[in-house]
Design a protein around this ligand. Structure first.
Ligand code: ARG
Length: 566
């Protein structure tokens, strides 16, 4: 990994400047133009300190350092930067040293002994998942994988929305009309139909609203009959969700929905009261914030005594910290809930919990469609299932045009169709809204998941054609521009994975995967591999193998399927 060289440079440079090497490591960066070197040290801060011109300092330091750093073959000064070139031999040795433990690629022990509880996907049940659920599901799963790679012990929670007065209505509808519906096919569709029917009837017969409320009260009081119906609603919903989760490879460790906290809400109220934080406002119990926070108060109990979303999230956070022993609490939820999480985290802080600092709302922007914003009314909601099916369908068509003899066509279409959606989602800076454009999702030679998958397939087909096991030992030096560039990219994998996790930004990894694929492509086009002089062929095959291993590891972390052929 690139860190090996950073440490080496930092040690010598730190010694020379009389500064701790950890400080130098932090300022080492990747030069904008690779020809300048592999690592750069900006001298501007130093120039200020010493009241000298940056270029002069850089030139002076370059002179003093030349020949002093074992694995650095060239040091140059350029407009205020010190540029270091790692020697080709050292670079190559480090790449293939890493490949000896491919399962550890990208891994660190940074999170060892620490637990992360990550809440992601978390749909509201009895409703189908729509395309908007792709983001929390896919980003959450990637962050979970990244956390594990950094040594954290992770508990992935599905905080489903399984509580609220609507379940009273649904339970009533199930009880009275349910026998007319076959829940063995499309169960959520039936639940939605029942819910819509309930509202249509309630418009004509206001008595129904009362019935719904009564039924919810019964549910709250634990009436076994109503509880049974409500549990059925959850079960039916999950039948649908599980199919989608299986397609996307989504895995939670536990489902602890909002209802799980029913018996833990009073404790939240008690804790707030003990700190005198609960105030009455228009009949409701609320927590007020200081003016500087400029946030509306956080409602804990509505005027009818009912708890709300925030109360449950307070209980959930306390549970995650105290029972599940979380060191970091991560919530992958859309940016429309930013205020909610700001309020919840602030209340935790006001309760005196310093661990509120380790609560992170990983927010994200939404999908936008050319024909307007996705709507959940008027039946214009775009179902997640339909988006996945369409992607697979389009890939199936592409395969029948481009590669009709491909084996396991259906399987490959699924892997590519799903991989394309996942990659496209992760490639976008999560904070921004995403323009959903099928051409970009599926373009084979563009910035897409299929392109990354295809690069790996190319590596694997070379390895197959090569015919013998690829050896990583006794290789010839590969010092052409393309080979060096590819190796340098491979060396950065570790750094990229760490940064992706630290910033909770899987797009850093996705961008890297495109760079790696592009650099492999240049290498492949420029350097003959099969049929070369055997020693060269052997070495280049080792580089193909290193690329394949890195691509696979990257796709695993992003939770993309990895097709063997395309
Ligand atoms: N069910 C919520 C929704 O669909 C998301 C829940 C996110 N997690 C949480 N702890 N609030 O909007």
């Amino acid at each position: 990994m690139i860190d090996v060289f950073k440490r080496e440079i930092a040690e010598v440079l730190g010694h020379l400047l009389n500064k701790p090497s950890s400080e130098i490591i932090k300022s080492l960066e990747k030069p904008k133009i690779l020809d300048h070197g592999h690592l750069a040290f900006p001298v501007f801060a130093l120039a200020k300190e010493k009241r000298q011109a940056p270029p002069a300092i850089a030139i002076d330091l370059a002179k003093q350092l030349t020949g002093k750093i074992l694995n650095v073959s060239q040091i140059s000064a350029l407009s205020g930067f010190l540029n270091f070139k790692i020697s080709p031999e050292a670079m190559q040795a480090e790449v293939f040293r890493e490949m000896k433990a491919p399962d550890r690629l990208g891994c660190t022990d940074e999170g060892k002994g620490q637990r992360v509880v990550i809440d992601f996907s978390s749909p509201n049940i009895a409703k189908p998942m729509h395309v908007g659920h792709l983001r929390p599901t896919v980003i959450g799963q990637a962050i979970k994988n990244l956390a594990q790679s950094q040594g954290y012990d992770v508990i992935a929670v599905n905080h489903i929305g399984d509580w609220g007065s609507q379940f009273g209505k649904l339970a009533w509808a199930m009880q009275n009309w349910g026998s007319g519906y076959d829940f063995s096919v499309d169960p959520i569709k039936k639940l939605v139909e029942l819910y819509v029917r309930f509202h249509a009837e309630a418009a004509k017969n206001p008595d129904l609203e009362k019935k719904g409320a009564e039924t919810f009260l019964k549910l709250e009081q634990g009436d076994p009959e109503i509880q049974k119906l409500w549990k059925k609603v959850i079960e039916y919903s999950f039948k649908d969700y599980e199919r989608l989760y299986a397609l996307l490879g989504t895995k939670h460790d536990v489902i602890l929905g909002e209802s799980f906290y029913n018996d833990k809400l009073q404790d939240v109220v008690n804790r707030l009261e003990k700190k005198s934080l609960l105030k009455e406002s228009e009949g409701a119990q609320v927590v007020f914030f200081e003016e500087a926070e400029s946030m509306p108060p956080c409602i804990i109990k509505k005027s009818d005594g009912a708890s709300i979303y925030a109360t449950r999230d307070l209980a959930a956070a306390i549970y995650r910290k105290e029972v599940q022993k979380a060191d970091q609490l991560i919530y992958v939820v859309g940016h429309d809930q930013s205020l909610h999480f700001k309020q919840v985290f602030k209340v935790l802080q006001m309760l005196g919990y310093d661990w509120a600092e380790s609560c992170h709302h990983i927010s994200f922007g939404f999908y936008q469609f050319k024909d307007g914003k996705m709507s959940t009314r008027e039946g214009r909601v775009i179902l997640l299932e339909d988006v996945i099916s369409k992607s697979i369908e389009m890939v199936t068509q592409m395969i029948s045009q481009k590669n009709p003899d491909l084996e396991n066509k259906d399987q490959v279409a699924k892997e590519v169709g799903v991989g394309a959606l996942i990659f496209h989602d992760l490639l976008n800076d999560r904070l921004k809204n995403v323009e959903f454009d099928w051409e970009r999702v599926l373009s084979l030679d563009g910035d897409s998941g299929p392109y990354v998958q295809y690069t790996n397939v190319r590596c694997q087909s070379l390895i197959r054609k090569y015919g013998s096991p690829v050896s990583l030992d006794d290789l010839k030096l590969m010092d052409s521009l393309e080979e060096q560039r590819l190796m340098f990219t491979i060396l950065q994998f570790q750094d990229v994975v760490s940064a992706s996790y630290k910033n909770f930004k899987p797009n850093i990894l996705a961008q890297y995967m495109l760079e790696l694929s592009g650099n492999f492509s240049s290498f492949y086009n420029k350097c003959r591999i099969l049929g070369e002089d055997p020693a060269v062929e052997k070495s280049r095959m080792a580089l193909v193998k290193a690329t394949e291993l890195t691509l696979i590891r990257g796709m695993q972390l992003m939770n993309m399927p990895i097709p063997k052929a395309m």
